[in-house]
Ligand binder design. Structure first.
Ligand code: ADP
Ligand code: ASP
Ligand code: MG
Length: 394
């Protein structure tokens, strides 16, 4: 008998039919003799709907109240799944984060889990229940509701798996594993059977939203066995672990869309300090720290908050995308990558990276052509090649 934590995302619980299908899936694991803790997201579109309601009232809603609102989405799906399991003769108990208890800091809208109490869940499991926990939410030291940032149910699942010392944390989603790039954008993307935690961290940080970055970091730090699977079909999915040896140079390509290029009338050092103070993450393009004007790239989602801080000092320049390649000693291929893009008429404004990743700033309009081309040339054609320089002329 194993103890499994199974997390199902928004699309996987997007309708009553889907919730019934999830119930069947969970029962299968029970019938194999496993104990199961299920973690759920809100039904597809629900968190956005709630966010939309809040924004009709205020473009930047009070963070505490926003969390009270957004946490409601997950409470609906856990109750519905518990009902579906009960109807099928399996006792199931739904729990909010406050009932578990999942302790977080008080950084509303983007809280960090500090501790997950296990006693309540362990007692329920011992009484033969399936435990169904609301993802994405927590409570701070004062009893306030907090949420963990978009996609945060992944992190709830990993944190629970870690606290309960589960045998595996299984993230069920609408694709059957982690791919070399988003399979919804590039149909020729290939599924990875295994991926090393280091590369998965890079993929998640650079836009592969199949796993929330914090969940990968948490799993890596606490050594939680992590697997990504489809909730729609059977299969082994992708295992994220520490022992993978890959002879492939380039593991994957990730894309961050809806990025904004902004000029701010402040020297880079002052600006960086201010950004950090307000918890804003940006790619600062300024090379000369004494210049009066800095140029940054920031997610469109953060633009309203940026305006709130810098207001008249900022000027919106245009929309861009960040295309990233993830793999071994990736910088050595920079020239070749730039050449391939240049030949296709795609401008690389600038780049940054380290040994495991290389990020290129391109125009928003070029993102589809660029990801397709780079994936084809460097992941599909470039497999197992030590030197990829010939690809630019092929
Ligand atoms: P869930 O609602 O189950 O949490 P998400 O929408 O957060 O699902 O994540 C799954 C989506 O991640 C997929 O539908 C896919 O479009 C996207 N994705 C982006 N990059 C990758 C990748 N490298 N491999 C697999 N899926 C990816
Ligand atoms: N419901 C939240 C979101 O849409 C959390 C999650 O799905 O993981 O971001
Ligand atoms: Mg997700």
């Amino acid at each position: 008998m194993a103890l499994l934590v199974q997390k199902f995302g928004g699309t996987s619980v997007g309708s009553i039919e889907r919730i019934e299908a999830v119930a069947e899936r969970v029962i299968k694991a029970r019938q194999c003799g496993h104990q199961v803790v299920v973690v759920l997201s809100a039904m597809a579109g629900e968190t956005n709907r709630l966010l939309g309601l809040a924004k009709q009232i205020d473009a930047i809603p009070t963070p505490r109240e926003l969390d009270v609102l957004l946490a409601a989405g997950e409470q609906v799906s856990i109750a519905l799944l518990a009902m579906a399991l009960n109807k099928r003769g399996y006792s199931a108990v739904s729990l909010t984060a406050d009932q578990v208890v999942i302790h977080t800091d008080n950084n509303f809208n983007n809280a960090t889990i500090h501790e997950v109490e296990t006693q309540h869940m362990t007692t329920l499991l011992g009484q033969d229940n399936i435990v169904v926990v609301a993802g994405f939410q927590g409570r701070d030291i004062d009893g306030n509701v907090t949420t963990l940032g978009r996609g945060g149910s992944d992190t709830t699942a990993v944190a629970i798996a870690s606290a309960l010392k589960a045998d595996e944390c299984q993230i069920f989603t609408d694709v059957d594993g982690v791919y070399s790039t988003d399979p919804r954008i590039v149909p020729s993307a290939t599924r990875l059977d295994v991926i090393h935690f280091d590369y998965m961290t890079c993929m998640a940080r650079l836009g592969a939203k199949v796993l929330q970055l914090q969940s990968v970091e948490y799993a890596c730090q606490h050594r939680v066995p992590l697997r990504v699977l489809s909730s729609f079909e059977e299969g082994e999915g992708t295992l994220v672990n520490f022992d993978v040896m890959s002879n492939q140079n380039i593991i994957g390509v990730a894309l961050q869309r809806q990025q904004v290029l902004v000029n701010i009338t402040l020297p880079a050092t002052v600006l960086n300090e201010q950004l950090g103070l307000y918890g804003l993450t940006a790619w600062n393009l300024s090379t000369n720290s004494s210049d009066d004007i800095s140029q940054i790239v920031i997610s469109n989602d953060d633009l309203a908050r940026l305006r709130l801080v810098f207001d008249s000092k900022m000027r919106h320049i245009g929309m861009v995308s960040i295309l990233s390649l993830i793999g071994k000693d990736i910088q050595q291929h920079l020239e070749c990558i730039q050449m391939v893009l240049r030949e296709a008429g795609i401008i690389v404004h600038t780049y940054q990276g380290d040994k495991k990743c290389l990020s290129l700033l391109i125009n928003e309009d070029d993102h589809l052509a660029a990801v397709d081309l780079i994936h084809e040339k460097f992941v599909v054609d470039g497999q197992c090649l030590g030197n990829l320089s010939h690809l630019a002329v092929s």
